[in-house]
Every structure is written in C-alpha cells, then in structure tokens.
Design a protein around this ligand. Structure first.
Ligand code: FES
Length: 266
C-alpha cells in the first residue's frame, strides 16, 4: 500500500485529562485509502530534542472533511511536545503505515480495548458501522480516566466498560467480563488492542473456542518502515517487523500465543 508524506494543519488539540489528548488534523492533500489499524509516523516539532518520528494509531478518519484524528497518551518528551501544539500549526506525517484489521463481510464481532489500546479501535468500529456490521465493544482501563472517550464508541455499537478500581463500568479486568466468559461463544471474530498480556489472554480464550482473533500489537517502534528491526515479533513463518507486517496480526500467525492461560494485568 502506497505511503504518503503530507503536511497537516492542526484543527484542534483537545486535552481530555492529565493523561490524554486528541489532535484533529486537516490534510493538505486528499486523503488516500486508510485501513483501521494503520498508523502514522509524526514528526515532532523541535527536532533538536526529539529526533525520531513518533508512531500513533490513526484514531478516526473523516474522508468528507479530509481529516484524521490521533488519540495520544502523554508518556515522554515527544508526546509532551505534541500536547502543546496549537490550532493552525503544521504537523508532518508519513502514513498510512503497516497493515490494519481485516474486516469480515459479516460476522458477530467483539472489539476489546485496554488502556491506550483503544486508540485504533474507534476507526475500526466506525468502519464496521459504515458497512452495516454491528459489534459489542468492551473497553477496560485502570480507572475512568482511561475510558474518557467511551461515548464516542457508543455511537457505533453496544458498549461495555471495566475498570480495575471500579470508577467506571464493572470492577475488574477486561478478561473477567462475561463477554469473554460464557458469552464468548456468541462471537465469530474478536478484534483487540492493548497490553500484550491482555492480548495473549484474549488470544488464548479465542483459540479455545475456535474464534477468529486479530490483535494490534504495541511493540516499540523507531523507524516505522522496516529498517531498524527494533519492533520484531516471532511468527509461525519467522521473525516479522510489527511496523510493516503488522501492527495487526491474526493470532494464529503469532508463535507461541496459543499457550495455556497467562496472567493478565489489565
Ligand atoms: Fe524500525 Fe519496525 S520500527 S523496523
């Protein structure tokens, strides 16, 4: 899939809480085809301090307005600098990078997001909705702060929330939710993004019930184009770069993932 380098104008920078903000960006050229699950490498202003581009999942796309959104968690210098960007400023993006979710024609779908792993899933449920495919959406986090945008998801499916401290939805880990318990057999496909232990636990549950499962991995990335090999994951066909062969993988392709249940921290 062809990649582009475009300048985007910042239409808005919405601070959601201490941890998260959302950038709405207008492209200087018509947006190309973008798959849910793909990402962009963003050149952070002030390159003297932050040299490498930062990878962010494409959170949502509006092709009629020629805009994309990025949902970003503040974790270091790069994201802190981006959180300060003002309306009207310009950001340079390389996109769309990687391979996204493969959407079945029709299926009973469960979408599961944990922590900032919810970032690529809004575009996914938006795309499913546009194709007339309903879904259940299960979002989990440490607290309500991590689920601040759940109402955006509720437009596109049946929403279910879990938090570890019980401040939103049910108390506990997403993997303890009934949708991943007795109700899991109702689903044909599971899409998930979040911490690796959570994804491995979901992959294991899906495998036990012969359910298709695609996960978006959050491996550390540097170049984003398959050159530095820092994002490699073991697959059944050898080592693969998450930035070019993923970030979305069918869990059957991931070596050693269908193992006995692992402990999940989310
Ligand atoms: Fe450099 Fe994937 S981030 S190879």
């Amino acid at each position: 899939m062809k990649k582009f380098i475009h300048d985007f104008t910042v239409l808005s920078n919405t601070r959601l809480n201490q941890k998260y903000f959302v950038l709405e960006l207008h492209a200087s050229a018509p947006l190309p085809r973008i798959e849910p699950g793909q990402f962009a490498a963003v050149l952070v202003p002030n390159p003297a301090e932050v040299f490498l581009r930062r990878p962010f999942s494409i959170h949502d796309v509006d092709f009629t307005k020629n805009t994309i959104k990025l949902f970003i968690k503040i974790v270091g210098k790069g994201t802190e600098a981006l959180s300060q960007i003002q309306t009207g400023e310009t950001l340079n993006l390389i996109y769309p990078l990687g391979k996204g979710f493969q959407i079945p024609r029709q299926s009973k779908i469960l979408v599961v997001g944990g922590g900032c792993g919810i970032a690529p899933l809004l575009f996914l449920v938006h795309a499913l909705h546009s194709k007339g495919i309903g879904c259940d959406i299960l979002l989990g986090g440490h607290s309500a702060d991590d689920l601040i945008i759940f109402e955006q998801f509720a437009k596109y499916g049946s929403i279910h929330l879990m938090t570890e401290d019980g401040s939103a939805g049910e108390k506990g880990l997403v993997t303890q939710h009934p949708l991943l318990g007795n109700s899991i057999i109702e689903f044909h496909t599971i899409f998930a993004c979040g911490p690796t232990p959570m994804l491995k636990a979901i992959s294991d549950l899906a495998a036990r019930h012969y359910i298709e499962c695609q996960v978006s991995l959050e491996n550390t990335m540097a170049c984003g184009i398959g050159a530095c090999l820092c994002c490699v994951v073991k697959t059944t066909s050898g080592n693969r770069c998450v930035c070019t062969e993923g970030p979305v993988f069918d869990t059957k392709e991931l070596a050693g993932w269908h193992q006995p249940m692992v402990k999940c921290d989310l």
